[in-house]
Design a protein around this ligand. Structure first.
Ligand code: BGC
Length: 478
């Protein structure tokens, strides 16, 4: 048997395995950080209204943006950690940090402590977002890789909706306690999913592709068994030798091309404004008096969050389309049609607002979110993981996560300025233009990767010049 075939024999088994309930369970556990990503980035907007520390100006801005900045830092930590020490231990450490920081957030004694804790939670979010889909794609069979990785996006959307639901429930049940206990409960409840993640992530197998690379024979044997994959000692030994011989961490042309495509994708995923309706939607919608806002600030906030919840629920529901079709229709068709849809709704929103139809903002947000959810959000986090060699997958995914969080931070900072200068109508047209640029760039650059083994995806990037990437799939056999 050729030395090449030992790795191939193992990878083929991974790639053609029928997925069982075990796959779904570990995928949900891996994506539990996605839930906290959604929950924690949104929940501060609600809690901050009732936090008694009276932050103003830059410090107030930092309170809202601290999770994003912390997340950028977390992505940097993941960069140095995960290719060396694995995916699983980082996911466990993240869950531990989430748990501790959520509990301490509920017990905060002063403003500084809150800001530090928000940053620490951000670090866990960032490290988790760097590694979760990389972990999932490394055990996912090739034909189901998209759906399994979309679970991360789905959990993000559920986390966003969850934060609104918790906010509404806590404020509604005990409106008079909002400034005393309410905000603490809202922040602290994140500890529940975090503890579940912490307890059960210990039971997850390590990524088989990463174990092959790290050469841990016994661990690999044991963990392959968890996936019901069979490999004896000699096969594993040979496979490890082959992988070592091939392993190189050079920044080759395949990696550079992949970085270009997914780097641009993730920047546009953020700067086309998905978080505008989530972070600023309640304030915007209330300003238009689409709802009858009562004068009590607690009920005012409940109304605002209720309005945003409609958008968050649409986001969760539309992500199902991504989950169902990403492996059938493919990344390219789904992604391009999504950017086209986002463009149309931003344009529609701009035109309606220009004509004084204020409800146009709500329609535009809703339509935009549907298209983002079905073809852009999950696709970004999926291709972040599936474009790179195992040797450097963790580091490259971390770079992409870092770019995402910096772009996310930029939009949090820039949008209020846009709103006060060109207004919502002008902003809608700016976002329309950005959607058009994204659509054009991705039409030229985005290759189809559905159903290809991860190793073939990398090969495809290596063989195809950037100008031909959109047709790269044609020459590759899955
Ligand atoms: C983005 C988040 C965004 C979420 C909305 C994710 O893909 O990374 O910034 O809040 O989608 O569903």
């Amino acid at each position: 048997m050729s030395s090449q075939s030992a790795v191939q024999q193992i990878l083929d088994q991974i790639d053609t395995r029928k997925i069982t309930r075990f796959y779904w369970i570990i995928t949900v556990l891996a994506a539990i950080g996605g839930f906290l990503f959604g929950y924690d980035t949104e929940v501060i907007g609600i809690a901050s209204v009732f936090v008694p520390y009276h932050f103003t100006g830059f410090v107030y801005g930092y309170e809202i943006a601290s999770a994003s900045l912390g997340a950028a830092l977390g992505a940097v930590i993941a960069y140095f950690y995960t290719d060396k020490y694995g995916r699983k231990s980082l996911l466990i450490a993240d869950a531990a940090i989430y748990t501790g920081a959520a509990i301490l957030s509920a017990l905060t004694v002063n403003g500084l402590m809150l800001l530090v804790l928000r940053t620490v939670i951000g670090m866990a979010i960032g490290a988790d977002s760097a590694v979760a889909t990389a972990y999932i794609t490394e055990y996912a069979p090739k034909d189901k890789r998209g759906s399994l990785a979309i679970m991360q996006q789905w959990m993000i959307t559920i986390g966003i909706l969850g934060s609104y639901m918790v906010g509404i429930a806590v404020l509604f049940i005990a409106p008079s306690a909002a400034y005393v206990l309410g905000w603490r409960v809202i922040l602290g409840l994140a500890a529940i999913p975090a503890v579940i993640g912490l307890a059960f992530r210990f039971l997850m197998p390590e990524s088989p592709r990463w174990l092959l690379l790290s050469g841990k024979v016994d661990k690999l044997k044991a963990d392959l068994r968890k996936f019901q994959l069979i490999a004896d000692d000699s096969l594993i030994q040979r496979a490890i030798k082959e992988v070592r011989a091939e392993a190189s961490a050079k920044l080759d042309s395949a990696t550079k091309r992949a970085l270009l495509v997914v780097g641009l994708w993730i920047v546009f995923q953020q700067i086309t404004g998905i978080n505008v309706p989530f972070y600023y939607g309640p304030t915007i919608l209330l300003r238009f008096h689409l709802f009858n806002s009562p004068s009590n600030p607690v009920f005012n906030e409940i109304d605002a969050v209720l309005a945003a919840s409609i958008l968050a629920a649409i986001n969760v529901a539309a992500t199902y389309i991504a989950f169902k079709y990403i492996d059938r229709v493919g990344r390219r068709k789904l992604g391009l049609s999504a950017y086209a849809g986002m463009l149309l709704f931003d344009l529609l929103g701009g035109v309606l607002l220009l004509r004084g139809v204020l409800v146009g903002a709500l329609i535009a947000f809703a339509g935009f979110i549907i298209f983002f959810a079905y073809g852009v959000g999950g696709t970004g986090w999926l291709i972040q993981a599936e474009y790179f060699r195992t040797t450097i997958r963790g580091r490259m995914a971390a770079i992409i996560a870092l770019i995402d969080w910096l772009a996310n931070f930029a939009i949090i900072e820039v949008f209020p300025v846009m709103l006060s200068t060109i207004g919502l109508t002008g902003s809608m047209f700016v976002f329309t233009a950005l959607d058009a640029v994204a659509l054009g760039l991705m039409y030229i650059l985005l290759p189809e990767t559905k159903g290809l083994p991860l190793e073939k995806v990398v090969e495809m990037f290596g063989q195809t010049p950037t100008s031909r990437l959109r047709k790269a799939r044609e020459g590759v056999v899955s």
